[in-house]
Design a protein around this ligand. Structure first.
Ligand code: SF4
Length: 438
């Protein structure tokens, strides 16, 4: 087994701090506490493999894994307090947000609702749906524990209607009297955005700076919910992550799901497990097609890693380019990165008019519900843009297509996900069929 590189910062908040006595050469078991929670919001870090500490730096601890790995692990301390066990396990939002989960479980909902976010909103990612289909009992157990910790009166599974098998599996484990229901979502991006889920499931549209607690809700990603059950019932620390690998791979371009990949595993190991990259490629993306970023060659799996995507070449564009930035898709930095790889000169940048800045990040006023993009497109045209690169949601991409190609001269439209979608033969994010989504 190759080295595992475990970054001290795996979540929102401060990095974990290596425990006293840990040194290069120390022997560790799977689950050994490597680094304690830092002073403030954060989570601890545990060894994802048994082995020897190979290096300790300011940013990470590297383990040389033993040749033979057992399924056994060092358990976290037992406690009657669910949030305490989740805290000790080092759990954060595994859907990508990385917010420490114990803090969410300390919310007092007093009759409110826990919602499992199983939207798995990013196209091509499949590990959440696989997990709930194959192990609905664990998801249900995690939900009941989260309800108990927060004193929530009910629970909801939010999942897209298209995942009929997963819905059937979850329905089969529901118990009378637990007050758990299923809310089906349309197949659009970004249905997994927290405020979109609350709007769809509870009928409340929160403000851009309001947290789900305002609607009496806590939202937890599907894998996070399952890890709550593992932390409490099995005393298992968070040492692995479910990941989807997809793209230009020798073993096929469909999505390959890997369950329980040790945290710190190199991306290249998972790509090799899919037969390796199939010839020339454009990018390796870490994350989903909308919110992922180009990975560095030595990138590793962290607690928030969901996808690894190998793309074909990035299309070239010689016309002056305008960037239209969505709050829920790629940000301006990512679009500029892609524009450079396209060989294009950026002459204009606009954000969607529903994208508001909150604490340095963009938040959408009404995710996935387009206000119309004509004004922004015309402004960019005036500034010299002859083609567009957009990161918009399904609905807004649809409205862009209702304007840009109809102008004289017409403006070409690139969506940031195009090279990903073309790689796997998925329809491009452009027109939104009525009742069908992407
Ligand atoms: S309405 Fe605008 S900001 Fe909101 S999701 Fe759609 S493109 Fe993004």
């Amino acid at each position: 087994m190759p080295n595992c590189r475990l970054f001290l910062k795996q979540s929102i908040g401060v990095p974990a701090v290596p425990v006293p006595g840990l040194a290069v050469g120390s022997k560790v078991k799977k689950g050994t506490l490597l680094a304690a929670q830092g002073a403030g919001l954060g989570i601890p870090l545990h060894a994802s493999v048994s082995g020897t500490v190979a290096s300790i730096t300011e940013n990470y601890i590297e383990l040389l894994a033993d040749e033979k790995q057992s399924d056994d692990f060092e358990p976290i301390p037992k406690s009657e307090d669910i949030a305490e066990m989740v805290k000790a396990a080092g759990l954060c939002g595994m859907g990508g947000a990385g917010f420490p989960t114990y803090v969410k479980l300390q919310t007092k909902l007093d009759g409110g609702v826990i919602i499992i976010n199983s939207a798995e909103c990013e196209p091509l990612l499949k590990h959440n749906i696989k997990q709930i289909t194959e192990d609905p009992k664990k998801a249900y157990r995690g939900l009941l524990l989260a309800m108990q910790a927060t004193k929530a009166g009910r629970g909801i599974l939010a999942i897209k209607s298209k995942n009929a098998e997963a819905i059937k599996a979850f329905r089969s484990v529901l118990q009378n009297g637990d007050n758990v229901t299923i809310h089906e979502l349309p197949d659009m991006y970004p249905m997994g955005e927290e405020r979109a889920i609350i709007r769809e499931a509870l009928g409340t549209l929160l403000g851009v700076d309001q947290l789900p607690a305002v609607a009496g809700a806590v939202i937890l990603n599907l894998e996070t919910i399952c890890r709550i059950a593992e932390a409490v019932d099995n005393r298992r620390p968070v040492i692995s992550k479910n990941v989807t690998v997809v793209g230009k791979l020798k073993n096929g371009r469909e999505s390959h799901v890997f369950m329980d990949v040790p945290i710190g595993t190199q991306l290249t190991s998972l790509i090799d497990a899919c037969g390796g990259i199939d010839g020339m490629f454009g990018e390796v993306i870490i994350g989903g097609p909308f919110t992922g970023v180009a990975a560095a060659p030595d990138s590793v799996v962290g607690k928030t890693t969901g996808g690894i995507i190998v793309t074909q070449d990035i299309p070239q564009e010689k016309r002056p380019l305008g960037l239209l930035v969505c709050a829920c898709g790629g940000n301006e930095k990512r679009l500029r990165d892609l524009a450079e790889k396209m060989g294009a000169q950026v002459v204009s940048v606009r954000k969607c008019k529903q994208a508001q800045e909150v604490k340095g990040a963009l938040k959408c006023e009404n995710p996935g519900n387009c206000p119309g993009q004509a004004e922004k497109i015309l402004e960019m045209k005036k500034e010299g843009a002859q083609a567009l690169l957009i990161s918009n949601c399904s609905d807004c991409s649809n409205t862009v297509m209702g304007v840009a190609p109809k102008l004289k001269p017409k403006m070409a439209v690139h969506h940031m996900t195009d090279h990903v979608m073309r790689t796997v033969g998925h329809p491009l994010i452009r027109h939104l069929p009525i009742n069908a989504g992407q």
